[in-house]
Design a protein around this ligand. Structure first.
Ligand code: SIN
Length: 527
């Protein structure tokens, strides 16, 4: 009993979507337990979002925004989800983020909000806080959460598996009824104890999958945990082949670069090759440097091949809107680049594409409910169909707020599940006591294999042969990792690796089965 907790709503993940869901559910008078696997709850994809959040611009309309999102989604966005986000999102930014939570956004000298532009937006409609929008939103949401008495925030708690009536009960008759989610088992990273957290509703808000790729804009936390857990528990996942690559990430020559926001191009910056030639007009005469992300990414990829270069340049020094001060508008990027001795006010920035955002995930309906009753999913881990085959810039934070809010409301309306709780078993350690198996090099090498396979075979340019190889290699790796997971101590890195390989196999399998190039899933014909 010592390690058994009961709560009304369990939220897993502390980014914009998870925090919004937690605050909303708490406001309905429910007890909320919010867990995050990190020691610092700020550490989420939200914290690293630079560009901004979409509202309506000065000469804008719901229709225009709706059309831009649909166009980016390349024919497979869910019209209902797009309509919901367009109609509710901008209002929530003002009512919830600004007025209730106290989030600040950059203003012009006249006191009005500064609206910026990003790729494939037909007008300037993006609110931002310098180039640190996600940081500001995340900080203010967590400040609010700490003030709310009926939210328990547990850091250093890694969710291991969702608890369901089909998998974790001593009552054999429950398998004849519909499977229900009743919470999650979570590892206390520090002490090694596993908690049984029982809940009427569980909200997965664990973010994306960037760390399954060799190069990514995502922090270390993005290992696809919630998607993997939900899939294992029986929830449907969808659109798994649609992995978005961001065109401009600082090139360091090593694995870890950092995002160079699209809003630099919104302020006039141009992509140039090593000969100083601006090249986007050649690839997208209509949008040029502000073409949709997948087009810019493939153009860069091609230009790197043509010029035999490891990167191209983004030049804001020579091509910015003259009314901005580069260092003041982009202080985060300016200072980060200076660490690598690049002064962006005077010289171009070396950039390459990298994995950025996952458009697929756990299938949800308009109420953020998954196909597993009792389980909700929000943010990057979920798939409402909003993004279709490709996400429009600065719509992700917006989606997090809209669906976070919806999950927070609907998760508090579910039927009580306490009748089932007494039949739920505590966690059974899979470990075979004869093997301790804590060799970090094994985990490191498995991640290296996984990430290079995903980057080379399930990356920006895919082919049938590459995808077929990826599925086979990843399945072998899956067998090895599963064996290792089952037979050695439970640790956070092993939980993440197991989640990562399951999601990697799913992405590769979905990609292999879909021959049609669409949005960010691009399959090249082979000779
Ligand atoms: C960026 O600032 O370029 C990223 C914004 C986004 O992913 O929407």
């Amino acid at each position: 009993m010592k390690y058994r907790l009961k709560t009304d709503v369990l939220v897993i993940g502390s980014g914009v979507a998870g925090c919004t869901a937690a605050i909303t559910a708490a406001k309905q008078g429910k007890h909320v337990t919010l867990i995050t696997k990190t020691s610092d709850p700020m550490e989420s994809n939200t914290r690293y979002a630079q560009g901004g959040i979409v509202v309506l611009g000065n000469k804008d309309s719901n229709e225009l925004l709706y059309n831009d999102i649909m166009k980016a989604g390349d024919g497979i966005s869910n019209p209902e989800a797009v309509r919901i986000v367009v109609e509710e999102g901008p209002k929530l930014v003002y009512d919830f983020l600004i007025n209730e939570i106290g989030v600040e956004f950059s203003k012009n000298e006249d006191g009005n909000f500064n609206l910026t532009k990003e790729a494939a937006h037909s007008t300037s409609r993006i609110l931002h806080y310098y180039d640190m929008t996600g940081l500001e939103i995340e900080r203010k949401l967590l400040d609010k959460i700490k003030e709310i008495k009926n939210i328990d925030l547990l850091t250093n708690f890694t969710a291991i598996d969702l608890i369901t009536t089909h998998h974790n009960t001593i009552n054999p008759l429950l398998k004849y009824k519909k499977n229900l989610c009743l919470g999650a088992y979570a590892l206390d990273n520090i002490k090694g104890d596993v908690y049984t957290i029982l809940a009427d509703a569980t909200v997965v808000a664990t973010g994306g999958v960037g760390r399954l790729y060799q190069y990514t804009t995502n922090p270390d936390v993005a290992t696809g945990d919630g998607i993997s857990m939900s899939y294992r528990a029986g929830a449907e996942v969808t659109n798994m082949e649609f992995v978005q690559f961001h065109p401009t990430v600082f090139y360091t020559g090593e694995g870890k670069g950092f995002l160079i926001s699209e809003s630099l191009r919104g302020e006039g910056a141009k992509l140039i090759n090593k000969y100083g030639e601006a090249f986007m007009e050649k690839y997208s005469p209509e949008w040029k440097d502000l073409a949709p992300r997948d087009e810019v990414t493939r153009a860069i990829y091609n230009e790197m091949a043509l010029t035999e270069s490891k990167f191209v340049y983004l030049d804001i020094a020579n091509f910015h809107n003259k009314d901005i001060s580069i260092a003041k508008r982009f202080p985060g990027i300016y200072n980060e680049c200076l660490k690598y001795k690049i002064d962006i006010e005077n010289e171009p920035i070396p950039v390459v594409p990298a994995e950025h955002y996952f458009c697929g995930g756990i299938l949800i309906n308009n109420q953020a409910e998954t196909t597993l009753p009792g389980l909700y999913a929000v943010g990057e881990a979920s798939c409402s169909g909003l993004h279709g085959a490709n996400r429009l810039a600065s719509v992700s934070l917006l989606e997090g707020v809209v669906y976070g809010k919806r999950a927070g409301i609907y998760a508090t309306r579910v039927e009580k599940k306490s009748d089932y709780f007494s039949d739920i078993t505590d966690w059974v350690f899979p470990k075979d006591e004869s093997k301790s198996g804590n060799d970090p090099l094994l985990v490191f090498q498995d991640w290296t294999n996984l990430r290079t396979t995903m980057w080379n075979y399930v990356g920006i340019i895919r082919t049938k042969t590459r995808l077929t190889r990826a599925v086979s290699d990843l399945r072998n790796l899956y067998n090895r990792i599963t064996d290792y997971y089952r037979n050695t101590n439970l640790t956070k890195p092993k939980v993440e690796l197991r989640n990562g390989i399951i999601v990697a196999v799913l992405i590769a399998e979905f990609a292999r089965r879909n021959n049609k190039s669409q949005g960010c899933h691009y399959v090249k014909e082979e000779d």
